[in-house]
Design a protein around this ligand. Structure first.
Ligand SMILES: *[C@@H]1O[C@H](CO)[C@@H](O)[C@H](O)[C@H]1NC(C)=O
Ligand SMILES: *[C@@H]1O[C@H](CO)[C@@H](O)[C@H](O)[C@H]1NC(C)=O
Length: 429
């Protein structure tokens, strides 16, 4: 008897860790598991990344609730530390010394902090290309120093013999629109001045503006601002927009509906980021989700036509979706938030006369991204205005993957996007 009991106790003791670990695995699996579109490769990796981001947001809400700090500042710190994307204090050591030949300096352009990457000088009188870069991060996260941005700009500078200027525009909650736009515009004007181009030996005919996500929004808006400003004599020669966020009038485009639950940019989050950027009360989110802010009563047909996906999208992206157009909606919104109709915030709203002046464009879009149709519509409208556009669409891409290029958040698709981007710049800048 004793032997039997000892035996069963023994097996219980051996079993307990197994039970606990199965329980933990199931719990963690349940927390991490997210259904994803089939075209996404390395799905588990993306699930872990999105669970990490979710955890940062949850922890930050707790910190905010406890009254320690604004939750966004906590999200910033947690998400940076979660991925080991640590800031480097010493700029010359940044990016883990990815490219030894590139000189990095943290300075200011017209009072705006920028990080400048200079490839080794190519000899007397040898002119180089220039590129201004605006990072993504929903107008509230990210920095030029962040490892993925830093690694990208090192690469571009080195491989294309280009002087890259990465702009540290101010973020929410410290500032709102139009401050980030004005920071970027001021830095751009300074960059394009004759003195600065000469100082860095940059060919004035070969200067690009570029950015990803909200950085693509800023790049498109700044390209429009520079192109239409007669006081600026040197213009950007190309614009490269990576899954840009371009409009806040229709949150029911086919891509917004199709990808509403696809990480890392969920539809609800995208609307929230717009509200924060434009300084709108967050309680109005449900109105925007049903397009109550863009009814025919307060948005002119002319403006509405500029974001009308039923006419602007190629057939294969429309699928069976129906437009959500509201007759009455909410009067309040557009009246109280004129920024909703401001093309400096929503570059897709610019008129054809503005677009016609814009530089040649590269517009990268991902199938599994709420912003896919923003990019596709902008590419189409630029083309209609007579601008040469390269529209580069990735069927297996998802929002954010362009920055998932350095360990520990490294995706094959991210590296392919970056390769495509650099190749296009190589051939067109
Ligand atoms: C979009 O364009 C179609 C076709 O011209 C038109 O029938 C529809 O009313 C437009 N939608 C909006 C919201 O303006
Ligand atoms: C949208 O506007 C309509 C008409 O004003 C209103 O009845 C409806 O409740 C609004 N929807 C939301 C989600 O606020």
């Amino acid at each position: 008897m004793d032997d039997v009991r000892a035996g069963s106790q023994w097996s219980m003791m051996r079993l307990r860790p197994v039970v606990v670990s199965v329980f933990l695995t199931v719990t963690v699996g349940y927390y991490v598991y997210t259904p994803l579109p089939e075209s996404i490769q390395e799905p588990w990796r993306l699930m872990v990344v999105s669970a990490g981001l979710r955890t940062s947001v949850h922890l930050s809400s707790v910190i905010n609730w406890l009254g320690y700090d604004h939750y966004i500042r906590s999200v910033r710190q947690l998400s940076e530390s979660f991925y080991g994307l640590t800031k480097s204090g010493d700029s010359t050591e940044s990016g883990g010394g990815v490219v030894p030949g590139v000189k990095v300096s943290d300075i200011t352009f017209a009072g705006v902090p920028v990080r400048v990457y200079e490839p080794p000088a190519g000899g007397e009188g040898h002119l180089r290309r220039g590129l201004m870069y605006f990072h993504g991060g929903d107008w509230l996260l990210g920095s030029a120093e962040r490892w993925s941005n830093d690694a990208l700009n090192h690469m571009v500078s080195d491989e294309l013999n280009t002087v890259v200027v990465s702009v540290e525009y101010r973020l929410y909650p410290e500032v709102r629109f139009p401050v980030p736009y004005l920071d970027c515009l001021a830095a751009a004007k300074h960059f394009l001045s004759a003195e600065v181009l000469a100082k860095y030996s940059i060919d004035p005919e070969r200067v690009a503006v570029s950015g990803a996500s909200v950085g693509g929004n800023l790049a498109a808006a700044v390209a429009q601002g520079i192109s239409t400003d007669d006081a600026v004599s040197v213009k950007f020669s190309i614009q490269a927009l990576i899954y840009p966020m371009l409009q806040a009038l229709d949150f029911n485009t086919p891509s917004y509906l199709q990808n509403q639950d696809v990480p890392v940019l969920y539809r609800g989050l995208a609307v929230r980021f717009w509200l924060q950027y434009l300084g709108v009360d967050l309680s109005l989110q449900p109105q925007l989700l049903v397009n109550n802010h863009s009814s025919s009563h307060h948005v002119s047909p002319e403006l509405r036509a500029r974001v009308n996906w039923t006419t602007l999208l190629p057939l294969r992206f429309k699928k069976n979706h129906r437009p959500v157009a509201v007759d009455k909606g909410s009067q309040r919104l557009v009246k109280e938030v004129p920024a909703l109709l401001d093309a400096r915030a929503s570059p897709l709203l610019a008129g054809p006369e503005v677009l016609a002046k814009c530089p040649r464009a590269y517009v990268l879009t991902c199938e599994n991204d709420v912003l896919r149709d923003d990019g596709l519509m902008y590419a189409r409208r630029l083309q209609d205005a007579g601008v040469t556009v390269t529209s580069s669409h990735y069927d297996d891409g998802f929002h954010g993957c362009f920055s998932f290029i350095v360990w520990p958040v490294e995706f094959d698709i991210g590296k392919r996007l970056v390769r495509g981007y650099i190749t296009w710049l190589q051939n067109n800048l």
